[in-house]
Write a protein that binds this ligand. Structure first.
Ligand code: GAL
Length: 388
């Protein structure tokens, strides 16, 4: 009897111990596509993620999804995690909350996707941009929203959402096309003539007065401190790359059309040895498709397509390992070590979506990715100068 009591007591002491200490993960590896617990023992909930390195810490911002069919709408906001080693992530709470006020554009039930945060050295503010769709309007609004905070983990204060560049032409749009008609009904779709009209900017001209569409997006800060906003525009047919103002909270007005008519979504940018690289995807909604890559000498372009970066089976190449790009993380303390991050969407139960972290390798000066069931950062030490 006495023995029983001691055992029961020890069990309770053990439980209290766990309660006080909290759940702790001790991952030493990445397990792409598997459940990934945070410091509370809960699967990480930061989809369409963006990564910021600040004071020797990685921050992972992403869409907080909920269970069920409505889970892709913003019911909560943008969640943020922190990590020192990229394997173990601490929940830092909600960085940007949706609003309860039905008159706010950021009202609960709107769409907030692919949030990205950058730090402005001059203003010492953290600036978040995200793809924003209005409640009850599907994906029609195609806005980009901006919010700021004094602290990296927030709370972020929402400033505004816009269709960028109303009344402003891209710097690489020829004068000769500016007065062409917006005769959308004239074309059979699909047809060669239609494709040509799209490449020649029929949607750009349509949206000239109102402002351009901005859907899937990312941010990139260059070594000189200039920041760029990449977004799918012109009915997702063409990317726009836009320079931000010095404080990063607005567009400077300088922007280019990139890869016109080539249908890029999910852009993710990194820089290696003075070259800028992009991973992106095609347009199949939540379903995966063959990944794409491109290279440029300047963020504003021109960008040259480099083809499908996935190396593997046909199925893997057609689906980017069943994922869609969202970011590339430069690894702290290692030269030219980059991690491709993709989402495995599960629209039937969005909270269940998984993440793909894979090392970026180079083959004939092209960034590529191979599958790994399990890997760790020592991969980059063994694979220095892999480019042949
Ligand atoms: C994808 C896009 C996602 C989300 C989804 C909605 O193509 O990359 O961010 O917008 O479509 O269907």
């Amino acid at each position: 009897m006495m023995k029983m009591r001691i055992i029961t007591l020890s069990f309770f002491v053990f439980l209290i111990g766990i309660g006080l200490a909290g759940f702790q993960t001790d991952y030493q590896h990445f397990f792409p596509g598997k459940e990934w617990k945070d410091d509370r023992g809960v699967h990480i909930n930061a989809h369409g993620g963006g990564f910021l390195i600040h004071e020797d810490t990685y921050y992972w911002f992403g869409e907080h999804k909920i269970a069920g069919k409505e889970g892709n709408k913003a019911h909560v906001g943008v969640r943020v995690y922190s990590s020192k080693d990229l394997y173990n992530w601490k929940n830092e709470g909600i960085a940007l909350e949706v609003h309860e006020d039905p008159n706010s554009l950021l009202v609960q039930g709107c769409v907030i996707e692919r949030p990205k945060v950058i730090y402005n050295e001059k203003t010492r503010k953290f600036v978040m941009w995200f793809h924003h769709e209005l409640k009850g309007q599907g994906y029609d609004a195609a806005l980009t929203g901006v919010a700021v905070s004094d602290q990296v983990t927030g709370p972020y204060t929402y400033i505004k959402s816009v269709n960028p560049h109303a009344g402003i032409w891209p710097t690489n749009y020829p004068d000769s096309l500016k007065s062409w008609p917006v005769d959308l009904d004239r074309y059979e779709r699909p047809s060669e003539e239609w494709k040509e009209a799209v490449v020649n900017g029929i949607f750009l001209r349509r949206d000239f007065e109102k402002g351009q569409m901005a859907r899937d997006m990312t941010l990139f800060v260059d070594d000189d401190g200039k920041a760029y906003h990449f977004h799918s525009s012109e009915n997702n047919q063409t990317l726009h790359v836009a320079e931000l103002t010095d404080d990063y909270t607005d567009f400077s007005g300088k922007y280019t059309r990139v890869l016109p008519g080539l249908q890029n979504e999910a852009p993710a940018i990194f820089k290696k040895e003075e070259k800028y690289y992009m991973f992106s995807s095609g347009l199949t909604g939540w379903k995966p498709n063959p990944g794409k890559s491109a290279v440029a000498d300047h963020p504003l372009g021109p960008w040259t397509p480099l083809g499908n970066p996935t190396r593997g089976t046909d199925e893997e190449m057609k689906t980017t390992f069943w994922s869609q790009s969202t970011a590339v993380i430069p690894v702290m303390g290692k030269e030219d070590a980059f991690i491709f991050v993709g989402d495995r969407w599960t629209p039937e139960n969005p909270i269940d979506g998984k993440y793909i972290f894979l090392p970026v390798e180079f083959e004939n000066s092209k960034p590529i990715i191979h599958w790994q069931d399990q890997w760790d950062l020592s991969f980059f030490d063994q694979n220095e100068n892999t480019d042949e």
